[in-house]
Design a protein around this ligand. Structure first.
Ligand code: NAD
Length: 275
């Protein structure tokens, strides 16, 4: 019956329209994003995701050559990008990094503070150097980035800050020992809640993502090879996260669908923390 067909197509069209309105909320065209630790692993995946969503992307890393490689990958896709060298544990370097993004792209809408390191040692033997270095990069570094980014964003009345914490903020990993890392990541979660409530009524939200075990360099050291099988067994999905499994969470938090979300710890762990 042509009338039923006509009605159906109308319904389909209006559904398509509604769906494209939702999809449009993920579009970040014209926005500028900065990703620290963007030279490999999770940060690299996030840089690609934000670029594909329409952002110009500044890729910052301690290893400039890594940042340059990722920036070149983005440019090959037609995404405007910039490679920067930064040690996030140095406040002045972080401030200079943000200044360089602003002088290059003219604005900063999204900050993904993702650089992080881990040491494994029994707690009683954890050295002062391991403890301090971990806090310097994972905790102080994230704070310096949030501060430098927010100084600009608060003036503009808009910003989306996403910090990479970890499920280790919530659970205690075993058998590998990592007291400094776990403590630093718990700090990142609570810092994000604190900043996320302080700045949100001025347009700047702060959230964090907390990945479970992901298949990146961070987890490929010789000493961890044996426990990887245990992680697979203890993860309800029986897999490690691919970097792409984590990107969707960031795109959600930067999208127009997350306008009422601040201080969230978005755990993406294949169910690990539920068991
Ligand atoms: P990765 O080691 O593969 O990459 C981290 C990147 O950060 C590297 O390119 C490194 O050069 C850079 N970096 C290190 N110190 C830096 C510093 N001081 N300043 C600037 N850049 C620096 O790690 P990843 O697995 O991609 O982890 C990224 C983030 O995700 C980290 O914060 C990590 O703690 C967190 N995380 C990882 C996992 C996982 O299983 N891989 C799980 C939960 C959370």
């Amino acid at each position: 019956d042509p009338k039923v067909k006509e009605k159906l197509t109308k319904a389909q069209r209006s559904r398509q329209n509604r769906f494209s309105q939702i999809l449009n909320k993920f579009a970040l065209d014209g926005q500028v994003a900065l990703v620290t630790g963007g030279g490999q692993g999770i940060g690299r995946g996030i840089a690609h995701g934000l670029g594909e969503a329409g952002c110009k992307v500044a890729v910052a890393d301690l290893e400039l050559s890594r940042a340059e490689t990722v920036a070149a990958e983005l440019q090959a896709k037609g995404i405007q990008s910039l490679a920067l060298k930064v040690d996030v544990s140095k406040k002045q370097e972080v401030e200079d990094m943000v200044k360089k993004v602003l002088s290059t792209f003219g604005d900063l809408h999204i900050g993904v503070n993702n650089a992080g390191i881990v040491f494994h040692s029994d707690s009683e033997d954890t050295s002062e150097k391991e403890w301090t270095k971990t806090m310097d990069v994972n905790l102080n570094g994230v704070f310096y980035c949030c501060q430098a980014e927010a100084k600009h964003m608060l003036k503009k009345g808009y910003g989306r800050i996403i910090n990479t914490a970890s499920m280790s903020a919530t659970i205690v990993n075993h058998p590998q020992k990592q007291v400094a890392y776990n403590t630093s990541k718990a700090g990142v979660v609570h810092m994000s809640k604190t900043l996320g409530t302080e700045w949100c009524d001025r347009g700047v939200t702060v959230n964090c993502i907390s990945p479970g075990y992901a298949d990146t360099e961070l987890n490929r050291s010789e000493s961890l090879l044996a426990v990887r099988t245990q992680w697979l067994n203890e993860t309800p999905m029986h897999k490690l996260a691919d970097v792409d499994d984590l990107v969707g969470g960031v795109l959600y938090l930067t999208s127009g669908l997350a306008n009422f979300t601040t201080g969230l710890d978005l755990i993406m762990d294949g169910g690990f923390t539920c068991w």
